[in-house]
Design a protein around this ligand. Structure first.
Ligand SMILES: C[S@@+](CC[C@H](N)C(=O)[O-])C[C@H]1O[C@@H](n2cnc3c(N)ncnc32)[C@H](O)[C@@H]1O
Length: 200
């Protein structure tokens, strides 16, 4: 409840300018969408879709796919719902929601795009997503990494900026601890991209 209240307070003020401002620091998202679209699937759920920006792009490029979202903030859920009338966006938390219930089937793809860094329990969220994948499915994550390629000063500044917004970079060992099948990083280790299989 506290996390939802924080998110709603924060996004009530910022959701109008969200997509324009985030363009300048949520890097790597379009590359992950390209990689997602390189394989065949028909069902995808995004965890923490925010304004629905990624779902809109996926819908444009794969209009026949069934897309859904799971969103903790009521403010963002309403916003994404207006923007993505063809998607079903459920209320819930990444850590314990029944992700299979969003579309009525376990999705073939789950996307976490700059949302894992906001979850209160990242390990539970990854376990929960992997458990709900369809057989042979994939979970894709893109999010802030350890910024190790930046000089110390901008790195510290960026970290305190992020923590002021309850954002904590993805721990370096998290992908391996959860058996990621692929991991790579953006320039300066600004972001990490990780792919996981299901936990069947
Ligand atoms: C930084 S935004 C990213 C939005 C979008 N995925 C993108 O790439 O532009 C993070 C989103 O995750 C949501 N969120 C945060 N904690 C969550 C949780 N525990 N469960 C589900 N969604 C959560 C926030 O409300 C917000 O909409």
């Amino acid at each position: 409840a506290a996390h939802r209240a924080f998110l709603d307070r924060y996004y009530r003020v910022t959701h109008h300018v969200y997509d324009v401002s985030r363009k300048y620091f949520l890097f790597g998202r379009d590359g992950v969408l390209d990689r997602l679209l390189a394989s065949e699937w028909t069902t995808l759920v995004e965890i923490g879709p925010g304004t629905g920006r990624n779902l809109v792009r996926l819908h444009r490029r794969r209009p026949r796919a069934t897309l859904g979202g799971l969103e903790a903030s009521d403010v963002m859920r309403a916003h994404a719902g207006r923007r993505c009338p063809w998607a079903r966006i459920d209320a819930g938390f990444a850590e314990d929601a029944d992700i299979g219930a969003v579309l009525g089937v376990r999705p073939q793809r789950i996307l976490m795009s700059y949302s894992l860094s906001m979850f209160t329990d990242k390990d539970r969220a990854i376990d929960n997503a992997r458990r709900h994948l369809a057989p042979g499915g994939e979970l894709w994550v893109v999010d802030f990494a350890d910024l190790a390629g930046l000089p110390a000063l901008p790195r510290r500044a960026m970290r305190s900026f992020l923590s002021a917004f309850h954002v904590e970079a993805v721990p370096d060992d998290l992908p391996h601890r959860h058996g990621a099948s692929h991991v790579d990083h953006g320039p300066f280790r600004y972001f990490v991209v990780a792919r996981f299989g299901g936990a069947e």
